[in-house]
Write a protein that binds this ligand. Structure first.
Ligand code: HEM
Length: 554
């Protein structure tokens, strides 16, 4: 049999198969979830082809292998030629400016940010160079046009959460639920946990951790002689504080870090795991890593820890004096039909973990930056202190209800969130089949849009004199915010931050306590520049150490 002739004739078919598999399969729909399956299918087809050629067409093994390899190469050539040509020349998003090679692959951005892991800074530079809409991937736009906010995020918007939220499937939670109806149902369960009366219930629980942190700060005063005090790395301490608070509200017990003065291994593991997010890999890479490492011992130990914490918390149900966030989720679970309960288990597990993940470093990031401004803007600390003094109760404590009305304190928090939103690069949303319009600009179907609040907050048209910390923008200088939708650090619409009021409660209460008892200043040798310029962006910001000195007030 003339092997070489029949193989030669079939070559164009292999190229065509590659082109068709791009045009009819990979280009349509979301294909990033199971890259391991495509690799496996490719490998199996490769082996099957060798065996078929060997046993049905009598090819010698070496020739069967060579022929298969040639066809595989031709198939891949067809597939990738089609993909590259389409992305470089025909994709509708090509009309938007941006780095040229980002058209080709989302790996381009990963490559650009791999060293500093500062996606938020990269986006800022790109917007300064290219304008309000920047192409950042084959199907991805970064947009800092405030008119886009309602289009993409309002309750009426047809945009949905992008495939980014499926990265960790089958792990699930409210935060990664993409189906709008399913999300709304689950959100109703959560809403009870964030009502005003529920928040009042959390206040005394949070106070306990304010006291514990203040004890550490007092110790930093007494450790040295005379007027000196030991600097405290507040990036670390606010983190410890916020994780302990959320451990308590999520699992009925803190991680014990404020007591021990050191990181719990599970929190440290969680934070280490964020490093990978900083690479800004596309979803298919993350899914591939998952497929490779999900059986890993450390990953299983980590997941097991959170499951055992939830089991412990379930035993406390009905026995706690002050309710926590989990109370409402567990209550819903226990009242559900046993068949529904079975399905709900992964969601309950994911959601109790979400309380900690979503509520901890976000709050700590805001506290740390707030204290940067309180210690670097001349006179600000004293003005805030004078204001909160008016809200101090007879026993020296503060109630969240009172502090809600402290204009300068709240304005400082909002101005901090403008300049340093914890979720700095925004959240990815996918446009519907009809696409969307931002005024007369058409954004095609299935485009992933993110709105980086970090860049939007620095837009001089929306915030005149954007680099200056001017809390009055949120009080008596409303002219310094020209478009109200340009400020959205908690996101907007049905998927916005459900813990916003809890976050404010923690930040206000702790700040009031610290400023009342201490004069706070930059520690010797600290200028805050590393904090401001060298944060990592791993969905939430990863901060550099920030050392402050606390001196007891007389
Ligand atoms: C200053 C502090 C905080 C900031 C800046 C912040 C910011 C955000 C943002 C931007 C989102 C949208 C994420 C997305 O759509 O992918 C979000 C969602 C969420 N946040 Fe917060 N957050 C903060 C504090 C908290 C706290 C204290 C909790 C308490 C548990 C919390 C719980 C949540 C939850 C559960 C979601 C998901 C909501 C949903 O999917 O419906 N956050 N947050």
């Amino acid at each position: 049999m003339d092997h070489s002739l029949s193989a030669l004739e079939a070559r164009p078919a292999a190229v065509l198969a590659g082109i068709l598999s791009h045009l009819l399969f990979f280009k349509r729909g979301e294909r990033q979830l199971h890259p391991e399956r495509y690799l496996m299918a490719f490998f199996l087809a490769f082996v099957a082809s060798i065996l078929t050629l060997q046993y049905t067409a009598d090819f010698p093994l070496r020739v069967a292998f060579q022929t298969t390899a040639t066809f595989a190469g031709l198939y891949l050539t067809g597939l990738y030629s089609s993909l590259i040509l389409y992305r470089l020349l025909f994709n509708q998003l090509n009309k938007f400016p941006g780095p040229f090679w980002a058209r080709l692959s989302s790996l381009y951005i990963a490559l650009r940010v791999r060293k500093n892991k500062d996606f938020h800074m990269y986006l800022l530079r790109m917007h300064q160079k290219h304008g309000r809409i920047v192409r950042i991937g084959p199907n991805d736009l970064s947009i800092i046009d405030a008119d886009c906010v309602q289009v993409v995020s309002s309750a009426q918007s047809k945009c949905t959460r992008s495939i980014f939220y499926d990265q960790h499937l089958p792990i699930t939670s409210l935060h990664v639920t993409r189906d709008a109806r399913e999300h709304a149902q689950r959100r109703r369960v959560w809403s009870r946990a964030f009502s005003e009366s529920a928040l009042r219930g959390y206040e005394s629980r949070v106070q306990k951790y304010n006291d514990l942190l203040l004890n550490h700060v007092r110790n930093s005063n007494s450790k040295r002689l005379a007027l000196q005090c030991t600097p405290m790395d507040m990036t670390r301490w606010f983190n410890i504080y916020s994780f302990d608070v959320m451990g308590d509200l999520g699992f009925g017990q803190s991680f014990g870090m404020l007591e021990a003065g050191e990181m719990h291994w599970a929190v440290a593991t969680l934070q280490d795991a964020l490093t990978i997010v900083g690479f800004n890999f596309p979803t298919w890479v993350i899914r591939l890593l998952h497929a490779l490492f999900s059986g890993n011992e450390a990953v299983r130990k980590f997941q097991g820890f959170f499951i055992s914490q939830l089991e412990h918390r379930m035993q406390l149900q009905g026995k706690l004096d002050n309710l926590d966030v989990s109370h409402y989720l567990i209550d819903h679970f226990l009242k559900s039909d046993p068949m529904v309960q079975k399905k709900l288990v992964p969601m309950l597990q994911g959601d109790t973990r979400l309380i900690i993940i979503a509520g901890s470093d976000t709050t700590a990031i805001t506290l740390t930056h707030l204290f940067y401004y309180l210690t670097t803007v001349p006179g600000l600390q004293e003005r805030v202190r004078q204001e909160i003094n008016e809200y101090r109760q007879l026993d020296g404590s503060f109630s969240n209800r009172d502090l809600q009305s402290a204009p300068l304190l709240n304005a400082c928090i909002n101005e901090t969130l403008r300049l340093h939103p914890a979720v700095a690069s925004g959240v990815p949303r996918k446009t519907p089949k009809t696409g969307v319009h931002i005024r007369d600009i058409y954004i095609p179907a299935d485009t992933v849009i993110q709105m980086p609040w970090f860049s939007m907050g620095r837009d001089p048209e929306y915030f005149p004199d954007p680099e200056r910390f001017i809390p009055e923008r949120f009080t008596n200088r409303p002219d310094l915010i020209t478009h109200k939708d340009a400020w959205g650090p908690f996101s907007v619409g049905p998927y916005n931050c459900i813990g916003k009021n809890l976050a404010y409660m923690e930040i206000r209460g702790l700040t009031a306590r610290l400023l009342t008892e201490f004069n706070v200043s930059l520690a010797p040798g600290e200028d805050g520049q590393k904090l401001i310029n060298e944060s990592k962006d791993h969905f939430t910001l990863g901060l550099q150490p920030f050392n402050l000195s606390f001196k007891k007030r007389q």
